[in-house]
Design a protein around this ligand. Sequence first.
Ligand code: SF4
Length: 164
Amino acid sequence: MIWTQGCSLHCPGCFNPATHDPTGGRPVRVAALLRRIRRLGHTIEGVTLSGGEPLEQAEAVLALLEGLHRTTSLSALLFTGYTWDELLARPDAGRWLACVDVVIAGRYAARQRLARGLRGSANQTVHLLTDRYLLSDLEAVPEAEVVLAPDGNLVASGIAPVRL
Ligand code: SF4
């Protein structure tokens, strides 16, 4: 999972407000990130981009996704707060669609909270761009995950992450 820093959409009730400030986070070069992901080899199935808002760092995120698409067999899943129509209206839409397997699109709407099938709220839409995953695969993903890292740190993630 890669969390990009910076989101101007400010959905009320956003689960990850710490990612809104575009000056926060930790800078990382795309080439270094690519190397790091490739070193993981077959220990991972794919890469998930979330945020923050990946589309607000489009050139860097596209360079990463295109590099992975060109040089690995990893899958790519993109969470964006922009709607599907907003994504399609972008001049770089074709590039996103060419290197991503699944897009979950749309603002988080707290009054339509769902936290299932990788959707935070019911207004969000799921787009399977390849035949790599089925909707049932997404439905099978637990709503939250807690990982105990080798250094003893606990990391919580998921569509409805628990607070540690
Ligand atoms: S688009 Fe995502 S990160 Fe941005 S405010 Fe909405 S829920 Fe939060």
